[in-house]
Design a protein around this ligand. Structure first.
Ligand code: NAI
Ligand code: 13P
Length: 430
């Protein structure tokens, strides 16, 4: 059905194209902006070519290591707005240096202006900032927009845990799916082969009743179907209704096929699934395990130790998913999709959480100190996630059920030593 719609759209163009905004412009945000802009340019029948990229504005000086550094130019000798530099050099010289961005990536410091008229909002920023961003966005987006969250983290509030796709959906009254995978940003940006998983499972409102393009009326008020209740888990696991506004018929459907077209490149191969919880949790929880893997690498304990950490960690990820997202999750997502075990492997090998944890052991300093020294403004997600997950497990009286997550937390708090890891997790993973 979806393929039929796309074929028909190439015969009879839709009156409107999807405008895409990337909310965030860090290491991964800029990389996803590049991927998406390549695809919007390649598919003018579905998307507007220009991709807005919201940038948290800051003044920076072009580093001398940059190919754009020119001592005779004010652009290099005086601090400049990051948006100005991105739009001038078509490169995010701070967060994704050395990677040319397509000219149709437009850096925009105004959040509300960047999302204006966009039907697709791709959320890609460190998870600690999403609450404030949603508050600013509320009431300033198209009511029938759809979201994709590329954020790796979980939302812990008091005694509850939820996904960022759920937070975004609830705050903005839209449907939001997720994208996550074994995706070290710099490698994807260099177009080295990788895979990712997109999870998208809205009610059938967008793909149902696909009136052929040829018989559609021009009225902007027309829609695919009537308003539909979108069942959402709320933070306590109960269903809470969000009214999903239907997409006007002037637009191509927003379905699995469209999202695959938006994100898939030969170097970045997409599988689209429906398990939003599994995809999101894989991305969030593996960051805690990557810290443990970095700790044992920092001690020089070798590959067997790291493999053990990853195996036990994977079991805790699946257990956490089943325990707290049981009704919605498909456990095989953790083992079969890029967003599961593949992401765990890549992050424990080449991710920032692993690297900073390893250096913190080698240098004998807190991981936050390494983060500040090494990452030039990029943010670790595993440290905060370890604290948040521990807070949640405590409220459930379940710290002991997740010994590796708990051990990472205790080590980060300075209450246990990395050397104690084998004792702290002894007997777990059985
Ligand atoms: N970098 C990577 O390799 C990958 C990252 N991810 C995930 O993507 C998400 C975004 O990560 P990155 O793009 O790498 O970010 P990053 O680690 O590069 O973070 C820095 C970003 O945060 C912004 N920022 C700083 N203060 C802010 C504030 N007060 N409000 C809003 N934004 C602020 C900065 O402007 C910058 O864009 C994270 O959840 C991360 O786990 C997912 C896959 C790969
Ligand atoms: O999520 C990632 C790879 O998929 C990146 O992990 P880090 O944040 O540890 O670099």
């Amino acid at each position: 059905m979806d393929t039929l719609r796309q074929k028909m759209s190439s015969l009879t163009p839709f009156a409107k194209k999807h405008k895409v905004t990337i909310v965030g412009s860090g290491n991964w945000g800029s990389t996803i902006a590049k991927v998406v802009a390549e695809n919007t340019a390649a598919h003018p029948e579905i998307f507007e070519k220009d991709v807005q990229m919201w940038v948290y504005e800051e003044e920076i000086t072009v580093p001398e290591s940059s190919q754009h550094y020119d001592p005779s130019s004010d652009l290099s000798t005086k601090p400049q707005k990051l948006t100005h530099l991105i739009n001038h050099f078509h490169e995010n010289v701070k967060y994704l240096p050395g990677i040319p961005l397509p000219k149709n990536v437009i850096a925009n410091p105004s959040l509300t202006n960047a999302v204006k008229d966009s039907t697709i909002l791709v959320f890609n920023l460190p998870h600690q900032f999403i609450g404030g961003i949603c508050k600013q966005l509320r009431g300033n987006i198209l009511p029938y927009a759809r979201g994709i969250s590329c954020i790796k983290g979980v939302n812990v509030q008091e005694d509850s845990v939820s996904l960022f796709s759920e937070v975004i959906g609830k705050e903005l009254d839209i449907y939001c799916g997720a994208l996550s995978g074994a995706n070290i940003a710099n490698e994807v940006a260099q177009e080295k082969f990788s895979e990712t998983t997109v999870a998208y499972d809205p009610p059938s409102v967008d793909s149902q009743n696909p009136t052929p393009a040829t018989s559609r009326g021009p009225s902007p008020a027309s829609s695919h179907v009537d308003l539909t209740q979108l069942p959402h888990r709320d933070v306590s696991g109960k269903a809470s209704g969000v009214k999903l506004k239907p997409l006007p018929q002037e637009y191509p459907a927003l379905d699995h096929s469209t999202f695959k077209t938006l994100f898939h490149r030969t170097y970045f191969q997409v599988r689209v699934v429906s398990d939003v919880a599994g995809v999101s949790l894989g991305g969030a929880l593996k960051n805690i395990i990557a810290i443990a893997a970095g700790f044992v690498d920092g001690l020089g304990w070798g590959d067997n130790a790291k493999a053990a950490i990853m195996r036990i960690g994977l079991l805790e990820m699946v257990k956490f998913g089943k325990q707290f997202f049981g009704k919605t999750i498909q456990p095989r997502t953790f083992t079969e999709e890029s967003a599961g075990v593949a992401d765990l492997i890549t992050t424990c090998a080449g991710g920032r959480n692993h690297r900073c944890a390893k250096l913190s052991v080698q240098r004998g300093v807190p991981i936050e100190e390494v983060e500040a020294q090494e990452l030039n403004g990029q943010k670790l997600q595993g440290t905060l996630t370890a604290v948040e997950v521990n807070h949640f497990l405590k409220t459930q009286g379940m710290e002991k059920e997740f010994p590796l997550f708990t051990a990472v937390y205790e080590i980060l708090q300075g209450r246990a030593k990395v050397q104690d890891l084998p004792q702290l997790i002894e007997g777990s993973g059985e």
